[in-house]
Design a protein around this ligand. Structure first.
Ligand code: NAD
Length: 275
C-alpha cells in the first residue's frame, strides 16, 4: 500500500495518511509500530505528552525500515513553552526517540493565557535552521495565533494539526490555512470512533464495499488534508490505510459536508484551553 505525499510550504513531503499513537502504552508501541510499518504506514504521529516516544523509537529501530523512509512527528507539551525550555524539551524528545533528526515538530497547544508560544516558535525556527528538524508546525492554533507567529517572526507554520472529523469540519479554519499556505492535519479524524455509525457515511461506504472509517479518511484526503487515524488493532490499521483505490463523487463530498454540527467538537476549545 503506497500512500501519496503532500508537499509542505517548505518543500518537505509528508505522507498524507499516518498512524496516530495517542493512548498507546509505551511498552506496546514497538510491536504496534512494527505492524504498522509492515502494513505500509510510513508516517507516525506521537507527542511528548503521549509518553510513548521511546516505544515508537524502539519500534522504528527494530523494524528494519530505514529511518529516512519514515516520517515522524512529535510535539512540544504545554508546560515546556518558552525559548530555552523548548530547546531542552526537544532534546529530551530526541533522546527518547533515539533519532538524530525529527521530521516534524509541533507546538501542541497555543495556551494563549501562558503567552509563551511565540518564544517556543522562535526556538523551533532555530532548531529547524540548525538541521535538527525538517519541518516545523503547530497544533490547535486559531487564526489569531497563526497571524501573530507570522507577524512576529515572518515564518508561517508548515502544518496546523487540528480537531477535524465529519461532525466538526472546520471549514473557516481550513480557508485561513489555505490563504496562509499552511497544510491542515486532522486529529481525531474518526471522531474517536463516533463518526462511524453515521448513516450518511455507512450508506456511502456500502456503495463502494468500504467501511465508514474508510469513507471518512478518503473525505479528508480529498479535502487535501493530512490524516492520522489511531488504531492498535492489526485489522483496523490495515483497513485505515486501504483508502486509495476509490474516490468520492462531488455529490458524496456534499452529503458529508451536511454532517457538520455546531455541537461537533470533542476536545477542548483552544481559545480558552489552559492545562
Ligand atoms: P481517532 O479519531 O483516530 O479514533 C481512534 C479510535 O477509533 C480507535 O481507538 C478505535 O476505537 C476507533 N477506530 C479506529 N479505526 C477504526 C476502524 N477502522 N473501524 C472502527 N473503529 C476504528 O482518535 P484519536 O486517537 O483521538 O486521534 C488520532 C490521532 O490524532 C491520535 O492518536 C493523536 O496522534 C492525534 N491527536 C492529536 C491531538 C492534538 O491535540 N494535536 C489531539 C487528539 C489526537
Amino acid at each position: 500500500m503506497s500512500v501519496p505525499t503532500l508537499t509542505l510550504n517548505d518543500g518537505i513531503k509528508i505522507p498524507q495518511l499516518g498512524l496516530g499513537v495517542w493512548k498507546m502504552d509505551d511498552a506496546d508501541a514497538p510491536a504496534i509500530i512494527e505492524n504498522a510499518l509492515d502494513a505500509g504506514y510510513r508516517h507516525i504521529d506521537t507527542a511528548a505528552a503521549y509518553g510513548n516516544e521511546a516505544g515508537v523509537g524502539r519500534g522504528i529501530a527494530q523494524s528494519g525500515v530505514a529511518r529516512e523512509d519514515i516520517f515522524v512527528t512529535s510535539k512540544l507539551w504545554n508546560d515546556r513553552q518558552g525559548y530555552d525550555e523548548t530547546k531542552r524539551a526537544f532534546d529530551e524528545t530526541m533522546g527518547k526517540l533515539g533519532f538524530d533528526y525529527l521530521d516534524l515538530y509541533l507546538i501542541h497547544w497555543p495556551m494563549p493565557a501562558k503567552d509563551k508560544y511565540v518564544e517556543a516558535w522562535k526556538a523551533l525556527i532555530e532548531l529547524r535552521d540548525a538541521g535538527r528538524i525538517r519541518a516545523i508546525g503547530v497544533s490547535n492554533f486559531l487564526p489569531d495565533h497563526l497571524e501573530r507567529l507570522i507577524e512576529e517572526t515572518g515564518e508561517a507554520p508548515a502544518i496546523n494539526q487540528i480537531e477535524l472529523h465529519p461532525r466538526f469540519q472546520q471549514a473557516a479554519q481550513r480557508e485561513v490555512h489555505e490563504k496562509l499556505g499552511i497544510t491542515t492535519e486532522c486529529w481525531s479524524p474518526l471522531g474517536q470512533g463516533e463518526a462511524l455509525s453515521n448513516p450518511i457515511l455507512t450508506e456511502i461506504a456500502a456503495r463502494y464495499g468500504k467501511s465508514a472509517a474508510q469513507v471518512t479518511l478518503s473525505w479528508q484526503i480529498q479535502l487535501g488534508c493530512v490524516t492520522i487515524p489511531k488504531s492498535a488493532n492489526h485489522e483496523r490499521m490495515r483497513e485505515n490505510i486501504d483508502v486509495f483505490d476509490f474516490e468520492l463523487t462531488e455529490g458524496e463530498m456534499a452529503q458529508i459536508k451536511d454532517i457538520d454540527s455546531a455541537e461537533g467538537r470533542i476536545g477542548p476549545d483552544p481559545a480558552t484551553a489552559d492545562f
